[in-house]
Design a binder for this molecule. Structure first.
Ligand SMILES: [Zn+2]
Length: 216
């Protein structure tokens, strides 16, 4: 009996490690969240800001936040408030929809503005001269919040044709358009490589997280 099955054991013994190794490789390529986020993080760390692009420094801050958000299991979007004159980062934030616990309001822009307003605790928080840089075009909720907050300039690294509201600005209800008159919401002046990274960090988990929201 043993002789009869011996060749089968031999064949299994030869192929089993290959199958297990193959499965591990597949797992690493498709489901291990740290692999490509680490790679994106490395590209951000090695990126040299180009002084000919006004927003590169702040864009890199937003991207570091975006990667941190994705690593925490949230949408890979980050943002910061910057002093337009000095370039000082006044507040930074990132998407916190799913982690550490579900917060339907905590998009990156909302996180930044809430953090800033809670910190300064003023009747009229000073936003003059502050620019909001976000890694992705703001959604309808965030654009309405930005308008309410009084932020005059918003620059985004990557467009969001499916969820962004800036390119649909004319579809906002009239009062929002009126308040926002004269304000600037447009793509950031940053290196094209940073726009690419912003898109990649967002796309890393966007589809999967969109599904989670659809299932709610
Ligand atoms: Zn938003």
């Amino acid at each position: 009996m043993i002789r009869k099955y011996f060749p089968a054991f031999l064949i299994f013994g030869f192929f089993a490690p290959l199958l297990i190794f193959g499965a591990m490789t597949l797992h690493a390529d498709t489901t291990n969240p740290s692999t490509s986020l680490d790679e994106l993080e490395k590209r951000i760390a090695l990126f040299k800001p180009d002084p000919t692009y006004r927003d590169d420094n702040a864009a890199l801050v937003a991207l570091r936040e975006a990667v941190a958000a994705a690593k925490e299991g949230n949408y890979g979007i980050g943002a910061c408030l910057v002093d337009e004159i000095t370039g000082e980062i006044i507040q930074r934030g990132r998407n916190h929809i799913f982690s550490p616990y579900f917060r339907s309001d905590l998009h990156a822009e909302m996180d930044v503005l809430t953090g800033y307003e809670q910190r300064v605790k003023a009747h009229t928080p000073k936003v003059e001269g502050l620019v909001l840089i976000t890694s992705l075009e703001p959604c309808p909720m965030c654009l309405a919040r930005i308008i309410t907050a009084g932020v005059q300039k918003v620059y985004y690294l990557a467009p969001d044709p499916y969820g962004g509201m800036v390119h649909l600005f004319k579809n906002l209800p009239p009062i929002w358009q009126e308040i926002a008159q004269g304000r600037t919401y447009e793509p950031a002046q940053c290196s094209p490589g940073l726009t690419t990274i912003a898109t990649e960090v967002f796309k890393y988990s966007a589809e999967m997280l969109d599904e989670r929201l659809k299932e709610k």
